[in-house]
Design a protein around this ligand. Sequence first.
Ligand code: FMN
Length: 401
Amino acid sequence: MSNLSNKNIVLGVSGSIAAYKSAELIRRLQDSGASVKVVMTKSSVEFITPLTMQALSGNPVHTELLDEASERAMSHIELARWADILIIAPASANLIAKLSHGRADDLLTAVCLATSADILIAPAMNNQMWLNRATQKNISELKLMGHHVLAPEDGKQACGETGPGRMVETNQIISIANTLFSSGSLSGTKVLLTAGPTREPLDPIRYLSNYSSGKMGFALAEAARSAGAEVTLVTGPVSLLTPKYVVRHDIETAQDMLKACVEHASSCDIFICCAAVADYRPRRREPQKIKKNDATLNMEMMRNPDILSNITAQFEQIFSVGFAAETTNLIENAQQKLLKKKLDLIVANDVSDPEIGFDSDHNEVLLLWANGNEKLEQASKAIISKQIINRLALIYHENRS
Ligand SMILES: Cc1cc2nc3c(=O)[nH]c(=O)nc-3n(C[C@H](O)[C@H](O)[C@H](O)COP(=O)(O)O)c2cc1C
């Protein structure tokens, strides 16, 4: 059954040539079992009629902020409360600009401000409008606010030009909306997760570390939790808020991380090792600050414990998931790691690309397991995490049955 079954969806339509696609979207959402109410901007009614949208959705179409027909003349609040999710497709450059500034001068923007539901945004516009710095800045702002932006596709456009700006296909919008609702697929399981970097001290004030922000691990913790798992998160130093209902343990070094994982692994069913653990640490931590007396400084390094291998060796029953953050030979290196470390699933990502690298809010990964693989196209880390958890749950239940 679709996760959209019995869900209430507000579909926002703005003034783009792609507005005709929202008619098809209504049908597909209804096929998934959802109820749809449509909110249109004033410009959008020039592109597709409210009558069409009303006939397809089976509900009155809303266009006015001041709505006397609504019980308390506050349809923006009623719609905002009714929605389990808000999908804006197509989202015009103008609407994106208004949303990024928190404007509420029409019904659609007011509903967006007033809702606590997830907002999924599918931009559609001329490629120059999309690439314009103003639009890109607004899009970054929307992502920071936690909205889910479906990057438009490259291709031939209605204006005759070619480039990025075409609204993503209806089935992709449906598929992403689906992943935003909990499936309960990990109910009854306990998940142990590592995230962030480790810090390996050189002296009392300096350390070796890496650029991991912890965003992917925290998003996974949130996704596992919303899929029904009990989640324990062991994290290196990051500046992120702990996801709701997740138990968090803060550590600094790789050795501390291993100790914390060993402590919790025996009571867990699934281990996801997402942290960027330092492979080496200085052999000696200098008791005093190292002085800059010499032109060069040599420091002996020693291997850190491999946390993933340690856990899979000590806790054979645990379903283990590793990450392969690579800058070259992504697939071969990930495949080797899957076999060598006897993992159930590996998530491979190319950290040489700044768009999807360490501190980015986005990712694009390849999932590999014993008898399959799946490419997850570029999306926010929140969406990618939900997709990883969905696949992980399928393999986990298949292995255990
Ligand atoms: C024929 C035509 C097609 C347009 N297509 C788009 C589009 O695809 N994307 C876009 O952002 N703006 C497009 N625009 C411009 C918007 O309609 C305009 O910025 C409008 O103010 C958007 O209003 P709204 O955001 O309130 O819906 C188009 C304008 C015209 C006249």
